[in-house]
Design a protein. Structure first.
Length: 103
DNA sequence: TTCCTGACTTTAC
DNA sequence: AGTAAAGCCAGGA
């Protein structure tokens, strides 16, 4: 929960609504592109959306959601993202080309 | 304290 | 283009 985790939460917390970011991208923003795995691991231990960590806005680099490991199921995650105005492709993937977070 | 595992990504075949 | 393997580092047992 210290250092990297906290930093990861802080960054994920800065993801604007209606926007998604990939694990690797977040890791890169933190200055550690190799810790991409840990970004996801941090989400696993994240306090949740109520804690200010919108883990549902964090998806794969391909725009795909975490299969089977989502906070409340991939379906719920997709529903939340759609509720934020994020468009999904027919493949069930997020339109990263349009909603990928940049900053 | 040591060993194992893990919401990923990238490179290589 | 698709599949396979390696690498990263910190938390949990």
């Amino acid at each position: 929960m210290d250092g990297f985790f906290k930093r990861t939460y802080d960054l994920v917390r800065q993801i604007p609504k209606g926007r998604v970011a990939s694990y690797g991208q977040i890791a890169r923003m933190l200055g550690e592109p190799r810790k991409a795995r840990f970004v996801g691991f941090a989400m696993h231990s994240s306090p949740g959306v109520a804690g200010g960590v919108p883990c549902h806005r964090v998806v794969f680099k391909d725009g795909r959601l975490a299969p089977g490991f989502a906070f409340g199921g991939p379906g719920a995650q997709r529903e939340l993202l759609e509720a934020e105005g994020i468009g999904f492709l027919d493949d069930g993937r997020v339109d990263m080309s349009t909603y990928e977070w940049e900053a």
